[in-house]
Design a protein around this ligand. Structure first.
Ligand SMILES: [Zn+2]
Ligand SMILES: [Zn+2]
Length: 344
């Protein structure tokens, strides 16, 4: 198929129509644009951000960047349909969440994640992947290994941010790392920090999640209140709970680092500013790992990261409502719920 065969007409899509409502809908297939590639999504992973969009509590809705109806889907992989930019039809690709303009001063300085004209797939400014087709600029796609069929390829998206957090904080062999949270980000962090030679301990409230963390190489597992204070050279807050952010400041040793990856929306009380000064630690806000897609694909391909072990359920697109319910009612253990979109 060449770019001359770009399909036209209507396509199926899943949309959030208002707080609590997921519907199957029909949309025009996006029209060709120079430099873009049409992709058929295979699988879409759901995460806490999708749940916030469903509940109407996402920042993107409240500040007007997004609105209903909303085609979600930012963790996904698919197959190229009509190619441009060096891609061939049938190739497996993962799509980037953040799409930068390449022209603004921040992009010119190489800081694409803070592009002034940023749009984000499935969040604001760019239709999500919970649809029969998605059109993206070629620069927002990364090739997956030939023969990819695995649903867990959707995990490349959360994993790029895990790579960013451990890169920016320089996680390595002399670190004792605490990972708060046993969701997708937390469990990928345990795996990658172990690979980088650090000693890793898991902190969480789900016994099955803590057990999984131990399987991935965590040498101890604690409930938040039981974890040793001032003991860790690096603390990664991956739970997204405001209380856990506060707790991470008790756990980090003097002069250590705290990487905040979970997006906690509730205000934090009881914060003592002087503790930052006397503790001499660095707190890193980890926005996204936009520059790590290729490397992250390699980490899965070489089995450094185990994606299959994180998958809780694979649900057909037609049962999207059921998939959101699974997400909503909090599962124990394996964290990832994935929608099957049909493009595999
Ligand atoms: Zn996500
Ligand atoms: Zn830009």
């Amino acid at each position: 198929m060449t770019s001359g065969d770009w399909p036209t007409g209507a396509m199926r899509a899943l949309a959030l129509e208002g707080p609590g409502r997921v519907v199957q809908t029909s949309l025009p297939i996006p029209a060709p644009e120079p430099g873009t590639v049409l992709v058929r999504p295979a699988h879409v992973g759901l995460c806490g951000t999708d749940l916030e969009l469903l509940h109407g509590t996402a920042a993107y809705l409240n500040d007007g960047r997004s609105g209903y109806p909303h085609v979600f889907g930012h963790e996904w992989w698919g197959r190229v349909v009509t190619a441009d930019g060096g891609f061939a039809p049938g190739e497996a690709v993962v799509g980037h969440t953040m799409i930068s303009c390449g022209l603004c001063p921040n992009c010119q300085r190489g800081r694409r994640a803070v592009c002034r004209n940023l749009i984000e797939t499935g969040l604001y400014g760019q239709q999500g992947a919970a649809a029969e087709f998605i059109r993206l600029p070629a620069h927002a796609l990364t090739r997956l290994p030939a023969g990819t069929r695995e649903p867990w390829a959707v995990l490349v998206e959360p994993a790029v941010t895990v790579v960013e957090s451990l890169e920016r904080t320089g996680c390595g062999p002399f670190d004792r790392v605490a990972v708060l949270g046993t969701g997708t980000i937390g469990l990928l962090t345990v795996q990658l920090a172990r690979h980088r030679g650090a000693e890793v301990e898991a902190i969480g409230i789900d016994p099955a999640g803590l057990e999984l963390a131990t399987k991935f190489g965590a040498t101890a597992a604690y409930r938040p209140e039981d974890a040793p204070e001032r003991a860790y050279s690096l603390v990664v807050e991956a739970s997204g709970a405001s209380a856990a952010f506060l707790r991470s400041l008790d756990l980090v040793e003097t002069g250590g680092r705290v990487a905040v990856v979970g997006v906690a929306g509730e205000p934090v009380g009881g914060l003592v500013p002087g503790n930052f000064v006397l503790g001499g630690f660095d707190v890193y806000g980890i926005r996204h790992g936009l520059d790590h897609y290729e490397r992250t694909v390699g980490l899965f391909a070489s089995r450094v990261l185990d994606g299959a072990a994180l998958v809780a359920e694979i649900v057909p697109a037609a049962d999207a409502e059921q998939a959101f319910k699974l997400l909503e009612h909090g599962r124990s253990g394996r964290p990832k719920v994935i929608l099957e979109m049909g493009g595999a």
